[in-house]
Design a protein around this ligand. Structure first.
Ligand code: BG6
Length: 489
């Protein structure tokens, strides 16, 4: 055993012993025995912390041709050969449209207090604009009533990527600011009709993801590859849509309606917690999010963003910046993986980004690297940079292989490991007073995972897509325990 001690420490111990201090010390430790640290204080979340789970319309609803729903860009995209890994589409997916009552029971069984779901714009306005389809909204009214009857607080997302195809065809989708206006019209209408029951509205889900992948890389709907200038303009139009929607919701919804974005913030972490690295991560967070969160929360694009964009910078007016930065009530952050490990560096930027080694661990999706401390640093830095006083973790969760065992159970210990570690870091954040008000675990159940089709599973409930049987995974028991004890377990 002594081989593990340094020579220096060993000599200190011998010295203590020779003065009889060793025994004295143990004795005095015993006599002054402090009470064991309160484990609850170390692991508990704030008393009113809101536990939730989340889904999105196209991923779970199915029923794409029912009750007057119009087509969306994801219908078109998923039906285009070669776009989806397993050649599937979400025509039926988890059939939530017909099974919503059963699904609300699943939500209730989890013990969550809140449920975040999205409204399909093409159900409500089949053409994006024009006459609303009453049957479209009826579905969400039934869902809301069911949730409220079960004591579950609804959080609605207005745009989770299912743009009405008609707007894509007629206007080029988000390439036109007319789409931003159409979105505000839809947002105002939903607020007017539903804000008696929905008090919390997320405008746009993950602007950065659908802009970059849908209009830049062309691997998500609508599958375009526009120029860099075009991409910056698209993002600007989405930011404008958000701002116009905030105004429309305030104008047409009940006065107690709360609204904010849900963004896949570029997650920048100090590689080692030193003051210069933390400062570098702060600079990186601000600059790498300047195109959406930054302009929403600051009312301007940063100098760094505009310089870097150069001739490709978006065109905008001062009035648009004012609209975009209409005050929000909260900021939703979707946090899955560390994206940039940052260190301080000389030079104009003040930071450098370190490469990821090939061996960096990830979950069952290549992009889903495991970095629990992301859940601490991202809200901490965002709250500081933009002085945010109310944050929701609007998504966090993990893909796993989720095979049914011989006994019919799903022992997803890897998902439990992932969530437990991320929640430990979230608890650290709330214990330090970082204003995170709630957490939505992605996802309630397995669903259509965009270009991965049904090959990736994120659910707390396993779905057999042939029979639509829902089976609780072990992670659902884990999450229920977390919620019951309001602590990491
Ligand atoms: C988030 C999305 O980016 O990540 C969800 O908001 C999505 O809709 C989840 O399901 C997982 O992403 P992916 O690309 O693995 O399906």
């Amino acid at each position: 055993m002594f081989r593990r001690f340094s020579r220096r420490l060993f000599s200190q111990l011998v010295a203590l012993d020779s003065f009889g201090m060793w025994a004295t010390r143990i004795k005095s430790d015993q006599s002054e025995a402090k009470p064991a640290p309160d484990r609850r204080a170390l692991t508990n979340f704030p008393k009113d912390f809101l536990w939730g789970t989340a889904t999105s319309a196209y991923q779970i609803e199915g029923a794409v041709d029912e009750d007057g729903r119009g087509r969306s860009i994801w219908d078109t995209f998923s039906h285009t050969p070669g776009k989806i890994a397993d050649h599937s589409n979400a025509d039926h997916t988890s059939d939530h449209y017909h099974r919503y009552k059963e699904d609300v029971r699943l939500i209730k069984t989890l013990g969550v207090k809140a449920y975040r779901f999205s409204i399909a714009w093409p159900r409500v306005f089949p053409e994006g604009l024009g006459t609303p389809n009453p049957k479209g909204l009826d579905f969400y009214e039934r869902l809301l009533d069911e949730l409220l009857a079960n004591g579950i607080e609804p959080f609605v997302t207005l745009y989770h990527w299912d743009l009405p195809q008609s707007l894509q065809d007629r206007l080029g989708g988000w390439q036109s600011s007319e789409t931003s206006r159409a979105f505000a019209n839809y947002a105002g209408y939903v607020a007017e009709r539903l804000s008696d029951r929905v008090k919390q509205i997320f405008t746009v889900n993950e602007c950065s993801r659908f802009v970059n992948l849908g209009y830049g890389a062309g691997v998500d709907a609508p599958g375009l590859r526009v120029s860099q200038a075009g991409l910056n303009q698209v993002r600007h139009h989405v930011a404008l849509a958000h701002g116009l929607a905030v105004q429309a919701i305030r104008a047409q919804g009940r006065s107690d309606t709360k609204v904010g974005p849900a963004e896949d913030i570029a997650a920048c972490l100090p590689v080692i917690d030193t003051p210069p690295n933390v400062r570098a991560a702060e600079i990186a967070t601000r600059e790498l999010n300047a195109g959406f969160l930054g302009v929403i929360l600051e009312g301007k694009y940063t100098d760094g963003f505009l310089e870097h964009a150069g001739k490709d910078a978006p065109t905008f007016t001062a009035d648009e910046l004012k609209i975009i930065s209409s005050p929000v009530d909260f900021v939703g952050l979707n946090i899955y993986a560390p994206q940039y490990y940052v260190a301080a560096a000389d030079g104009a930027l003040g930071f450098t980004v370190l490469p990821f080694p090939a061996s960096f661990p990830h979950m069952n999706s290549d992009w889903l690297r495991i970095g629990p401390e992301t859940m601490y640093w991202v809200p901490r830095l965002a709250a500081k940079i933009w002085n945010i006083d109310s944050i929701y973790i609007s998504e966090n969760g993990a893909s796993a292989s989720d095979e049914l065992a011989a006994d019919g159970q799903v022992y997803d210990t890897d998902r439990i490991m992932y969530v437990r570690n991320y929640l430990t870091q979230l608890q650290r954040a709330t214990a330090e007073g970082i204003p995170v008000r709630g957490y939505f675990l992605w996802s309630l159940m397995d669903n259509f995972e965009w270009i991965d089709g049904f090959q990736k599973r994120f659910g707390l409930y396993h779905v057999d897509f042939n029979t639509q049987l829902r089976t609780p995974k072990l992670s659902s028991s884990f999450y229920r325990n977390v919620i019951e004890r309001n602590a990491v377990v």
